[in-house]
Design a protein around this ligand. Structure first.
Ligand code: FAD
Ligand code: EPU
Length: 336
């Protein structure tokens, strides 16, 4: 049941070959319970699709890969439904299943790699939608007590690429299933500029949720490297939220710097990809790793890079952006 010294190369989208001292898969909470009860007090890593992790060393503990499946409608109303998915379902396949059932709300999140269970961890988001917009509840196994706890929306403390599971409750819970409240009425969200222009290109005037999904897939495929071909974990850094004064400073040299409003008048969000490109890093390659040529926010492994090389590159970028713009970038990817 538990394997020793397992190479995780094919289990993380960065394609980093490190060893897990112990490794097992679990398809049910019963199996998870058994595995946790029988293991000595070693470090535990719950693994989904491995698409938001950079391994920098062998993992000297037990890696448990979540394979809990399931898709069911647990509530049905006139205008909406609540759909529950097993945490080990593939996120994109889950989104497509919702679209096939005409359940609206997740189509803008098409093609995000990884598992359903990891989606609340950093409140995944793209193209104007975050899961917090449709999240209903989740169940999670509390590792210290062996109890199953339910979390509603406010208990998850969602923020931009944030949740309580990344902060206060880090390492304490295994998410078992996640439920979303989805609309039965087609509510299109094409406010994100790139979606509008992609729909125009596709000559679509009254888009369905399937059309929105196809537009998002087309945009993503044109910018983001496919991890099956080039190792990466999506955006390596978060987009920084900074004081308006910093924006004003940057505007002295770059009038056209893009920025987004936040809930606070005195703060704006800056696109880290723009900062990294302006600092000259976009497309830079160092033997077998570098900064992607289409999206400067994505660090890539072209072959046999090790995690420390990529981590060191991220440190250099953080220092350089700090010096050039007075902005401190924070990593989005989990470093292990
Ligand atoms: P993993 O990488 O396996 O795990 C991530 C973290 O969550 C780890 O700390 C792990 O221990 C923990 N974890 C995983 N599952 C569980 C569980 N069931 N219970 C408790 N803890 C768990 N993200 C976005 O938000 N928006 C994007 O647009 C986006 N685009 C991407 C594009 C590409 C090409 C790639 C490679 C990544 C992208 N990402 C994006 C990041 C990534 O897809 C998400 O963070 C995703 O939710 C990670 O899922 P995973 O199952 O692979 O998690
Ligand atoms: N930009 C550049 N150069 C670049 C990249 C971007 O100038 O190399 C500029 C763009 O021109 C645009 C702005 O930066 O003006 C934003 O770019 P984009 O729309 O590509 O989005 P992003 O801010 O780089 C964020 C998320 C992505 C998500 C997309 C779409 C973060 C950290 N990243 O990227 O999420 O898919 O928006 O909504 O918030 C992820 O989290 O892993 C991820 C891929």
């Amino acid at each position: 049941m538990i394997q020793n010294n397992v190479n995780l190369l094919d289990l993380n989208t960065f394609g980093i070959g490190v060893l897990a001292k112990h490794f097992s898969r679990f398809e049910s909470v019963e199996k998870l319970k058994l595995l946790l009860e029988n293991q000595s007090k070693e470090e535990i890593l719950i693994l989904g699709g491995g698409s938001n992790i950079l391994f920098t060393k062998d993992f000297n503990g037990i890696v448990l890969k979540n394979e809990i499946k399931g898709f069911k409608t647990i509530e049905e109303h006139k205008d909406d439904v609540v759909v529950e998915s097993g945490a080990g379902e593939n996120w994109h396949e889950f989104v497509l299943k919702c679209i096939d059932n005409n359940f609206c709300g997740l189509e803008n999140l098409s093609l995000i790699p990884g598992s359903v269970g990891a989606s609340p961890m950093q409140n995944i988001g793209a193209y104007g939608v975050e899961i917090k917009d449709v999240f209903e509840k989740l169940s999670a196994y509390h590792i210290p007590s062996g109890e199953i706890h339910e979390f509603n929306h406010s208990q998850c403390e969602f923020g931009y690429r944030e949740s309580v599971f990344k902060r206060k409750l880090k390492g304490q819970y295994v998410i078992l299933n996640v439920s979303f409240r989805l609309s039965k009425k087609s509510k299109i969200n094409s406010s994100y500029g790139a979606i509008e222009s992609e729909l125009k290109k596709m000559r679509i005037i009254n888009p369905s949720i399937k059309d929105i999904s196809n537009a998002v897939i087309a945009i993503r495929s044109s910018k983001l490297p496919n991890p099956k071909l080039i190792g990466n974990a999506g955006s390596f850094f978060k987009n920084p939220v900074v004081d308006r004064m910093i924006l004003n400073e940057i505007q002295k040299n770059y009038e056209d710097v893009p920025f987004y409003a936040t809930d606070h008048d005195d703060k704006v969000k800056l696109p880290a990809g723009w900062l990294i490109e302006k600092a000259g890093w976009k497309g830079k390659t160092f033997e077998h790793y570098g900064v992607h040529k289409m999206q400067a926010l994505v660090l890539v492994n072209y072959g046999n890079a090790n995690g420390n090389e990529i981590l060191e590159l991220s440190n250099q970028i953080i220092n350089d952006i700090n010096q050039k713009f007075g902005v401190t970038l924070e990593r989005e990817v989990n470093i292990l």
